[in-house]
Design a protein around this ligand. Structure first.
Ligand SMILES: [Ca+2]
Length: 67
């Protein structure tokens, strides 16, 4: 029974996103905000990877042309 109690507590804590001891609409909002931030972060990261790839391509292209 303690095992199930522990599982439920873990699950409840994961739903209580803002850690105020209750699960409410605020937790849903908080969760959504975190997801949006993560999404933006990935967007920036994706742009960074694209820029790196373009720079790499320009560099390698110059080296090929020079040979
Ligand atoms: Ca909460």
């Amino acid at each position: 029974m303690d095992y199930l109690k522990g599982k439920w507590q873990t699950w409840y804590k994961s739903l209580d996103v803002n850690h105020d001891g209750t699960v409410s609409m605020e937790d849903v909002e908080e969760s959504r905000n975190k997801f949006t931030e993560l999404h933006h972060l990935l967007g920036d990261k994706a742009q960074g990877v694209k820029t790196d790839m373009e720079q790499w391509w320009k560099k390698i292209r110059v080296q090929i042309i020079r040979k």
